[in-house]
Write a protein that binds this ligand. Sequence first.
Ligand code: AMP
Ligand code: TRP
Length: 343
Amino acid sequence: MDSIFSGVQPTGNLHIGNYFGAIKNFVEIQRRENISKTYYCVVDLHTITVWQDPEQLKKETLETAASFIAAGIDPKKSIIFNQSRVSSHAELAWILNCICRIGWLNRMTQFKEKAGKNKEKASVGLYAYPVLMASDILSYKSNLVPVGDDQKQHLELARDIANKFNHDYKVEFFPEIKPLIFGSATRVMSLRDGQKKMSKSDESEFSRINLLDDKDTIRNKIKKAKTDSESIMGLEALEDNGEFKTDIVVQRPEAVNLLNILCAAENISKKEAVSMFSGKNFSDLKEGLSDSLISKIIPIGTEMKKMITDKKYLSSVLNTGAEVAEEDSKKNLLEIKNIIGFN
Ligand code: AMP
Ligand code: TRP
């Protein structure tokens, strides 16, 4: 039986990249058979690797939990909790810090991007961030991890850490970790620059569609989205396997991004999306995309706004989730301590 784990940082500005790349897939997986448990975690320990205002962190933790439930994750079927409530995550992370090699962490591209030029001033936590991610997953011996494309390298590292632990201690304890990266929008790009990932921290609000945006804002952001000067491409832009050809992605990243978002929102193939708009103007595609996003995102945002006012309900979901997660992870941690030789 498969066990699922994934996490989202409570850093605010949840956007359609988070939704189409990850949260929508969390909901889909929850319905699959042959799954023993699904853990969906608000990863607040990861968030403090860069400075967070304490009041804001509290608010965003509830908001992220609200986004899970509003998107369709059922707290009766899935374990929804915040990471700092379950001590095994930090405890196992220490153990895994002693398994992971410095050279492995030095290869992490996200650290290089986030630390920027001033690496010396970055927190040790930011550097060790992927080890904590491995600990999250391995605390529950989960094997399948739904994420957006940007987390692939971190999951390869988590798999290497698990394998090295098994190898060093001559056990078959941890399972093989596999990323689940699927759907039409595994990497949603910025609406202002098709070469850049849509991100919570981009200073331009026009770069992303937030889950809490209203109709007019969605329409306006899509209207202002960057395009190129040609009309929408035809079916010759697609490979036989239905994906966009690499040269098209390189030459027309904004057009490809808008079509990918449409595919994700409408659950249609790239062939269907291209056929609908081939030869038409960007204004037609933008109108269709705005209508589609409004019909898919507004209901989630409305539900989130309603839920955010019910702090009692959200806290009770997080409390129940933390109790279950604590119990499940404690059992594994005891076995791990025994393998290591702790008395
Ligand atoms: P984060 O907000 O960094 O905690 O990301 C939460 C989840 O959303 C992770 O699985 C990410 O891979 C995914 N994600 C974040 N940004 C994007 C994006 N632009 N496109 C697709 N998935 C994304
Ligand atoms: N690092 C992930 C992100 O920023 C969030 C995360 C933390 C995560 N722990 C995880 C994702 C464990 C999957 C599994 O997107």
